[in-house]
Design a protein around this ligand. Structure first.
Ligand SMILES: NC(=O)c1ccc[n+]([C@@H]2O[C@H](COP(=O)([O-])OP(=O)(O)OC[C@H]3O[C@@H](n4cnc5c(N)ncnc54)[C@H](OP(=O)(O)O)[C@@H]3O)[C@@H](O)[C@H]2O)c1
Length: 264
């Protein structure tokens, strides 16, 4: 039994994973915005903390509370993400997709390090799109002030998460194993922000998608038997080699530097 923090645990894969951990006897802290869905999961081993993870101030506040309130964290599973069709800047001046999908994961990963280091076999699982070669970090314009689209923003933040795994393994000095996991097209995901015709197409396509339980099963295995290597990247069941082009250590260094500056 351990303590598992699940960002984006109120819906989709995160919710299924959080419920699965509770069934296995873990204490689970679910992070998400939707109070109704979150509170419906509480009682017994699951606690819920409402937080908007596109806010760096709220994310930092939650990290402090977890370190004080739990002390030890055995696993951190990062699911929170959302689609933003039009470029949106948060009150903190950050492009929303980059903030929610990448920067909050950076803060949670590095910020919870002291609590993870107290666990016997700590592990972080970052659920994103490792293995995808499309898209890139826009080094000179990570806030996508020009050429924004939902897909460009998602692919940029996805790649940033790949490099976060590499950067954490290189830089954190922590004991937590980092796992990058791409679940593949899954029967989950909030599509409500998308235009109706696209929602229709995706709903039809999702008949071919993986059931949530199948997509989540490997994540349980990463917790039950954390890998020995500091970084593991699994794209739909296939382990990627460390020299995979999207996992470039120099790009990871560059992104960690850029992120530190952005968050200063
Ligand atoms: N579904 C797929 O086909 C697929 C394929 C490849 C990769 N992935 C990746 O897998 C991960 C999980 O996807 P999913 O399909 O399970 O997504 P989902 O069903 O849309 O769930 C997303 C979760 O993120 C939370 N969230 C969204 N905005 C938030 C915010 N501002 N602050 C805090 N929490 C927030 C949501 O909770 P609230 O609404 O309560 O905030 C929800 O719990 C994502 O990173 C996604 O990119 C998915």
């Amino acid at each position: 039994m351990g303590v598992v923090v699940v960002s984006g645990g109120t819906n989709g894969m995160g919710r299924a994973f959080a419920l699965g951990r509770a069934e296995r006897g873990d204490r689970v802290l679910v992070l998400g915005r939707n109070r109704e869905r979150g509170e419906a999961m509480t009682g017994g081993p699951i606690a819920f903390r409402r937080v908007d993870l596109s806010s760096m101030a709220e994310t930092r506040q939650v990290i402090d509370e977890i370190i004080t309130g739990y002390g030890t964290v055995d696993a951190l599973a990062l699911f929170a993400n959302g689609l933003t069709p039009r470029r949106t800047v948060t009150a903190e001046g950050l492009e929303r997709t980059f903030a929610l999908y990448y920067l909050s994961r950076y803060l949670l990963s590095f910020g919870l390090r002291p609590a993870l280091d107290r666990a016997a076999a700590p592990v972080i699982v970052n659920i994103a799109g490792v293995g995808a070669r499309k898209g890139a970090v826009r080094w000179t314009d990570p806030q996508l002030t020009s050429g924004y689209s939902t897909v460009t923003a998602q692919l940029q933040a996805g790649r940033a998460n790949d490099l976060l795994g590499v950067g954490f393994a290189q830089r954190s000095g922590g004991r937590a194993r980092y796992v990058l996991y791409h679940p593949g097209f899954t029967r989950s995901g909030d599509r409500s922000p998308l235009p109706l015709p696209i929602r229709g197409l995706l709903a039809a396509a999702s008949l071919m998608a993986r059931p949530v339980a199948d997509a989540v099963a490997p994540i349980h295995r990463f917790l039950d038997a954390p890998p020995a290597a500091p970084l593991t990247a699994i794209d739909r069941g296939r382990e990627l080699p460390p020299d995979y082009p999207t996992l470039d250590p120099r790009n990871a260094e560059r992104l960690m530097d850029l992120t530190e500056k952005l968050l200063r």
